[in-house]
Design a binder for this molecule. Structure first.
Ligand SMILES: OC[C@H]1O[C@H](O[C@H]2O[C@H](CO)[C@@H](O)[C@H](O)[C@H]2O)[C@H](O)[C@@H](O)[C@@H]1O
Length: 606
């Protein structure tokens, strides 16, 4: 999975392999059925390859600077060729544009288009219309338009085109999706779309306020986060994929094409810190719409438009990435209770206010309603930020984030005494939560905060305690926790697992296979890799506690884990040297931006 590059149009995204094959594309939205699902199966589940006829992996590839426009190049004995891939910003039907350009000599190129709608399960009926190819099945229709000189041939439910390009020649392909009952989509000028895409992305990237070391990595992460934003509503998906495994061959395969309040608020924080307020405003408005209603109905995630039902089922016809089954569509975690989201939501509303975003009159009312609900439920156990599917517990991180919600509410009222509400009520709540966490969530004997009250398990999420201001960085309990978490959760490569019993199984694995013990915490069999955002949190904690050099060293090691085009999945297996989990993952890129800003941004100390 680390071999893929991302292209997208702010409504959906595609993954392009090093062989020039688009192996994942959901149309028309991130959460629609994929028409190319080879990523989770094989070529028969849909893909579109454009590459020199006899070549395999490309010679080199890169994004055009500060864009999401991808250039993939092959050197062959006959010459060199480049394929440029992009999805133009959408004000119409979604398009996937592929421009083939001869660079040297004369090269025979083959396009192999195998459309399989509904996540690789439906073979469409293909026909010709006005010299183009049209695929139709149920609600979906796709047009393939190319230059008149390029002949397309259908065979075995696949469309082939073989053609030659000499140096300086260009051939364009445009694949356009539209609802099958609607009139045919208007043709797109591919060359103009390419110029516009480059200009739009570069203008967007130029607005980035970060100007420190590793700026390219930060901008690439910000572009990735922007690409995960669903423009029509402002919702932000956790990743554009489903079921890329947390363990190769394992069952920990989840659908991330939805908007988690946690992942979105953290993404928002990264965008705001780098100067992107428009996205923040759009997301804040998405949030206010999505959570409108009874605060007791607050969900931990929603659909792109704020949809509340995301039923989970298994796509039994897809064998899964390298056999990692089941492939899941939808996410049952939607009905979980995760108390930390109150803290994250209130924190991000506070950040939005402080960054000067125009306030919405019902924003404060919503915050108070959420707080009122939290006041009654914070003592209850929950599934925690890791969304365990085992029994509910009193997760320390959840309670700390409940404290964050109370703290930010108190501080907002102190900053602006005109805000209505009973500040004393929230001060009391803040103090009560603080006292309980320090009493029940801290193991004085081992000098560490634990994963849940009374447990001996540790959890990397408690590294956030100094960052959110629950305790100062020099508090001995914070220092003890950092030490304990490093001792118990880090691999010999210095990367962190998210909690104690997390094991990537197998002989010589960097982490222990403790499936039985693990099953008692998260209710799932099997292990997983190291969790990338946790390692960024460790770098932040090291920096905050005066270990700047170690923090920078860890940050640089994490940067080295990005793939050749700067992308990170959710997890990493240091033994196999492979990325794991959905890809690219907002959480990991948020971690990268946050740590860069902490270490080198305008407020970085020392
Ligand atoms: O590992 C078990 C859980 O994995 C997913 O949750 C993870 O991804 C979420 C989205 O990025 C993130 O918010 C959460 O903190 C992660 O643990 C999955 O969505 C869950 O269903 C699953 O139980």
């Amino acid at each position: 999975m680390e071999d893929y590059a991302l292209i997208g149009d702010h409504q959906t995204a595609a993954l392009v392999s090093r062989t020039g094959s688009v192996d994942w594309l959901c149309l028309p939205r991130f959460d629609s059925g994929a028409c190319f699902a080879a990523l989770l199966g094989d070529d028969e589940h849909g893909h579109w390859r454009v590459a020199p006829k006899d070549a395999d992996v490309c010679t080199r590839r890169a994004y055009r600077p500060d864009t999401l426009v991808l250039d993939t190049e092959w050197d062959t004995p006959d010459g060199s060729v480049r394929v440029t891939d992009l999805m133009p910003q959408r004000d119409r039907a979604p398009d996937l544009v592929r421009v083939v350009e001869g660079l040297r000599g004369e090269v025979t190129v083959r396009s192999t288009l195998r459309l399989r709608f509904d996540h690789g399960s439906v073979v469409p009926w293909m026909r010709r219309a006005d010299g183009h190819r049209v695929a139709v099945a149920g609600p979906d229709s796709v047009w393939l338009r190319t230059d008149p000189a390029v002949r397309t041939e259908g065979q075995d439910f696949t469309t082939y085109s073989d053609f030659t390009v000499a140096a300086g020649e260009r051939v364009t392909f445009v694949l356009t999706w539209h609802p099958s009952h609607e009139p045919r989509p208007k043709p797109l000028d591919a060359e103009q779309a390419l110029r516009d895409s480059v200009a739009d992305w570069q203008a967007w990237a130029a607005r980035c306020r970060y100007d420190g070391p590793h700026r390219d990595a930060v901008v690439r992460s910000l572009i990735t986060l922007k690409a995960l934003t669903y423009a029509p509503t402002g919702g932000i998906v956790a990743a554009p994929t489903t079921s890329l495994p947390e363990e190769i061959g394992g069952v920990r395969n989840w659908d991330y094409r939805y908007c988690w309040l946690r992942d979105s608020t953290l993404t928002l924080g990264a965008l705001i810190s780098a100067g992107y307020l428009e996205e923040a405003e759009a997301w804040r408005d998405w949030l206010l719409r999505a959570v409108a209603g009874d605060p007791s109905d607050l969900q931990i995630m929603y659909g792109l438009g704020g949809e509340r039902r995301l039923p989970e089922y298994e796509a039994g016809w897809l064998p899964g990435y390298e056999g990692s089954a089941p492939v899941r569509i939808g996410n049952q975690a939607v009905s979980q209770r995760q108390l930390d989201v109150y803290g994250e939501v209130v924190d991000s509303l506070t950040l939005a206010r402080r960054s000067g975003l125009a306030t919405r009159p019902h924003g404060w009312r919503l915050q108070l309603a959420l707080m009122e609900f939290l006041r009654h439920c914070w003592r209850e156990p929950d599934e925690g930020l890791w969304e365990v599917r085992g029994p509910r517990r009193h997760f320390v991180h959840s309670k700390v984030m409940a404290w964050v919600a109370a703290d930010r509410t108190v501080r907002a009222m102190e900053d602006d005494p005109a805000l209505p509400g009973d500040v004393e009520r929230w001060r009391r709540l803040r103090d009560d939560i603080h006292a309980e966490v320090c009493e029940r969530g801290y193991d004085a004997e081992r000098r560490t905060f634990t994963q849940s009250y009374g447990s001996r398990e540790l959890d990397a999420a408690v590294l956030l305690i100094p960052r959110v201001g629950f305790l100062p960085p020099d508090d001995p309990r914070v220092l003890g926790t950092i030490e304990a978490v490093r001792a118990e959760l880090s691999t010999k490569e210095g990367l962190l697992r998210r909690y104690t019993a997390g094991g990537a199984g197998g002989e010589g694995a960097a982490v222990v296979d403790a499936a039985v013990e693990r099953a008692t915490v998260d209710g799932l069999p099997g292990g997983e890799g190291t969790f990338l955002v946790c390692s960024f949190w460790l770098a932040d904690a090291l920096h905050l506690t005066g270990h700047g050099e170690e923090a920078r060293d860890l940050f640089e090691r994490l940067l080295a884990l990005r793939n050749d085009v700067g992308l990170l999945a959710e997890e990493y297996d240091p033994v196999a040297g492979r990325q794991l989990g959905n890809f690219p993952q907002a959480f990991s890129h948020v971690g990268l931006v946050g740590t860069a800003l902490a270490l080198y941004g305008p407020d970085a100390a020392g």
